[in-house]
Design a protein around this ligand. Structure first.
Ligand code: TXA
Ligand code: MG
Length: 322
């Protein structure tokens, strides 16, 4: 992956210094990044996304040595996880340091931090020298962007600059683990599995218990325009055949022959990593093809399969506005 040219990097830095938000590639999804320490800058993020301002943002750091500057009482568990998984798709929920304004944390006394594993994001962070708040660079509630084109399609002229870093390697948002409670809790499954966290921590990581307030944990989120329908694997093709609606299918196996011409099939292969990588782009593609329904099955819940299942379940959940 190529680093930004120096004029592009200079433009990114001058926009960030002016309190603007820019599109930034990471290994998970593209972020809408702004200076986390300035309230006017994070206000730009909320305004562009149309996101409620009480939803906390993730702070992106250049490396783990920044932890003590923005987090209070860094626990040993955080240092262990940072050493094992940073830079990478893991966000740690910790006690907010005094320098972090509550406008970035949705008014909370906790702060979410991660070091992204992408050369462009890291170069911008190092040169800027301050943490960047960056939620996914899409309108609130829709599918996260995994290419620069997705960001432009969603946010268009509302963002002055979107740096290009190619398609995101992981394709799903980072794992979030809460280290502020008695036991670590998995707030959002992602590219690092609970099992991997447990191996490093040497202790159980409990599931979220619903007391967390977080937009990615709303029942309905990450939703394409089409309605997503989860089907048991052995019923997929009979369900597809039984509907007369314009239907899209996301599947991991070769489709049977003789499907009706109005059925749009995207075959993503048997491997969960590849499915995660292409999931959001595929949902967008099916939306563009104008399907009303998207039929799909859940992968096995191990590894990144748990994160895929989580996002598909949210995409399939009833929507408030529906
Ligand atoms: O992979 C990612 O994490 C991407 C890329 C751009 O880094 N970012 C991302 O940000 O997914 P966003 O804003 O879409 O998700 C932020 C999530 C919230 O949904 C919430 O679950 C959690 O982070 N969060 C952040 N700060 C929190 C806090 N103080 N307490 C509880 N949850 C928090
Ligand atoms: Mg998001």
């Amino acid at each position: 992956m190529t680093a930004p040219s120096s004029p592009e990097l200079e433009r990114a830095l001058s926009l960030l210094r002016a309190g603007e938000a820019i599109g930034l590639p990471t290994e998970t999804v593209y972020g809408l990044a702004a200076d986390a320490l300035r309230s006017e800058a994070t206000a730009r993020i909320f305004a562009i996304k149309g996101r409620p301002t009480n939803h906390p943002l993730i702070l992106h750091l250049a490396d783990a040595s920044w932890l003590d500057d923005y987090v209070a009482d860094v626990p040993e568990s955080a240092r262990l996880l940072a050493r094992a998984f940073w830079p990478g798709p893991l966000t740690l929920l910790l006690k907010r340091g005094e320098r972090v304004p509550t406008t970035a944390t949705g008014g909370l006394d906790t702060v979410a931090v991660r070091v992204p594993n992408h050369p462009v994001a890291l170069e911008v962070l190092r040169a800027f020298g301050r943490p960047l708040a960056a939620p996914s660079a899409n309108r609130f509630g829709s599918v996260s962007p995994t290419t620069r084109e997705h960001v432009l399609a969603d946010l268009g002229s509302d963002v002055p600059l979107v740096l290009d870093g190619g398609p995101c390697e992981v394709g799903l948002e980072s794992t979030i683990v809460d280290l502020t409670r008695e036991s670590p809790r998995l707030v959002r499954p992602g590219g690092i599995s609970a099992l991997e966290l447990e191996r490093v921590l040497g202790q159980a990581v409990l599931p979220a218990d619903g007391t967390e307030r977080a937009p990615g944990t709303l029942p309905s989120h990450y939703a394409p325009r089409a309605r997503v329908v989860l089907v048991a694997p052995n019923e997929l093709w009979s369900a597809v055949r039984a509907t007369s609606a314009r239907v899209g299918v996301l599947c991991q196996e070769r489709p049977p022959s003789g499907l009706a011409p109005h059925v749009e099939v995207l075959e993503l292969g048997p491997e969960s990593g590849a499915l995660a990588h292409d999931l959001y782009a595929s949902l967008r593609t099916l939306d563009e093809r104008g399907v009303e329904l998207i039929f799909t099955t859940l992968p096995p819940p191990d590894g990144i399969g748990a994160a895929i299942a989580d996002r598909l379940a949210r995409a399939a959940a009833p929507r408030p506005e529906a």
